[in-house]
Design a protein around this ligand. Structure first.
Ligand code: ADP
Ligand code: MG
Length: 455
């Protein structure tokens, strides 16, 4: 087998097991240099990459090579002297911007979490915008705060990612603390519950674990779907549940789906959950999204024009975390820019995170659409040519395949006439970069996507 093919196989395996950032950092500009007596020499761009790959990826790479080529006995890394096509300055700037955004996000995420209750003080009913998608769940949540352990027990709230479950169930906890002084409230994710349980077993502190959980007046368990398949945790949770339930203590549970739809949830837990009130939260409609954004803007004491707010509300229709993320992103850019942003600029900033509705489309349709759009022949896009009128459409195809299908770089390379993964990476980065500056490219891509999805 050819060196490039062999390396592509390794890369596509690596890509599945590391983050995009670390794949980009460590595997860009790598390749198989040569093979001799069962030793594969891998070329790497610098000594950092060499050290890192030797330490962390030696075994992985060896194993991966061996699944295809059994005569491989060892791998060695060699520094190849090829200049990096990426300008370091730009990479640094991008990184700084990203770091700022994350810092801003975290600032809102971790500020105000109470060590004892685990409640985040930002999740209140005051901050919770009520609309048709969540009014029933909201009403149930309010009743619970007024009738602890009696009216709806347990309260089971379910809904999709970013629909507002965590906010709503934590709001109950915060409200209870405010209204009934001295009540013990505890919020915990199912993952945390599981971890604490495992620790308690290891440290032989089960008695304390049990006591801890059973002395609460209100116990809130988030994302209970993660208990699926964990028999021991379910068992313990069942006992905790019963102990609290028998003492008329309030239990509040959230999940991404109704109890019936959680696979391998024990029957007895399922019927316990169904014995109370089950309320679903849907994704909010346009008016609610607009109201959520306007609230946040007032809270942050910033000014943003209506058309920008509407643009965000229009383009982030489901996950409210993404809606907020989009707002934060715009605010960060506004700070950097130091003057008002236009809607056009906001479009550019948010373009990479806007989802297009996924229809069943395939690779061929993307290639066809791009070829039609730029008036070139499909087969020209695949053959090796550096003609400018071909290079750009080809890069756009690679970018779209990555964006729409999340294919690995090597597999995109093989779909576009057997190109190297670094070529694909370079193409994707180039288009990403240009999208930040070039308005007409955004329009072009939008038109191409329309062709693909409406065909
Ligand atoms: P889930 O737990 O369902 O994945 P979250 O409760 O974490 O979703 O909500 C995601 C983000 O959206 C949070 O920052 C939350 O404050 C915000 N949010 C959700 N629903 C509302 C709402 N009705 N009003 C205001 N903000 C909301
Ligand atoms: Mg949540």
């Amino acid at each position: 087998m050819e060196h490039t093919e062999l390396w592509q196989h390794v890369l596509s395996e690596v890509e599945l097991s590391v983050s995009k950032a670390s794949f980009n950092t460590w595997f860009q500009h790598t390749g198989i240099q040569s093979k001799q007596d069962g030793v594969v020499f891998i070329s790497v761009p610098n000594s950092f990459a060499k050290e890192w790959l030797e330490n962390k990826f030696n075994k992985f790479i060896l194993k991966s090579l061996r699944t295809i080529s059994s005569e491989v006995k060892d791998v060695k890394f060699v520094i190849a002297a090829s200049p990096s096509p990426l300008t370091p300055q730009k990479t640094k700037k991008k990184k700084e911007e990203e770091e700022k955004e994350i810092a801003l996000d975290n600032q809102f995420e971790f500020a105000g979490v109470d060590a004892e209750t685990n409640l985040n003080s930002k999740y209140t009913f005051d901050e919770f915008v009520v609309g048709s998608s969540n009014e029933l769940a909201h009403a149930a949540a309010i009743s619970v705060t007024k009738n602890l352990g009696t009216i709806y027990n347990p309260l089971f709230v379910y809904g999709g990612v970013g629909a507002g479950k965590t906010h709503l169930i934590q709001a109950i906890g915060n409200e209870v603390l405010k209204m009934h002084k001295g009540k013990k409230v505890k919020y915990v994710s199912s993952e945390k519950f599981t971890n604490e349980l495992v620790n308690a077993i290891q440290n032989r502190s089960m008695e304390r674990f049990k006591e801890d959980y059973r002395q609460n007046d209100v116990l809130i368990i988030d994302d209970v779907q993660f208990l699926a398949g964990k028999d021991k945790t379910q068992e313990e949770f069942f006992h905790t549940f019963n102990a609290l339930y028998e003492k008329n203590k309030q239990i509040i549970i959230s999940s991404d789906r109704p109890p019936k739809a959680i696979p391998t949830l024990e029957d007895r837990l399922q019927s316990r959950f169904e014995g109370g009130m089950i309320a679903d939260i849907g994704y909010p409609d346009y008016e609610t999204r607009l109201a959520i954004l306007k609230n946040k803007i007032i809270k942050k004491q910033v000014v943003l024009s209506d058309d920008i707010v509407e643009f965000i509300a229009n383009n982030f229709q489901k996950n409210l975390r993404e809606l907020e993320g989009a707002l934060n992103k715009v605010l960060v850019h506004m700070k950097i820019a130091k003057n008002p942003l236009s809607v056009e600029e906001v479009k550019k900033i948010l373009y990479p995170s806007i989802h297009t509705p996924k229809k069943n489309i395939n690779v061929k349709q993307i290639i066809q659409a791009v070829a039609n759009f730029y008036g070139v022949q499909e087969k020209q896009l695949i053959i090796k040519t550096r003609k400018q009128e071909i290079v750009k459409p080809r890069q756009i195809i690679m970018y779209l395949l990555r964006e729409e299908f999340k294919f690995s770089y090597p597999s995109i390379g093989s779909k576009i006439g057997g190109r190297d993964h670094t070529t694909v990476m370079h193409a994707c980065e180039k288009i990403e970069g240009q999208l930040k500056e070039d308005e007409s490219l955004i329009e072009e891509l939008n038109l191409i996507k329309k062709i693909v999805y409406n065909a």
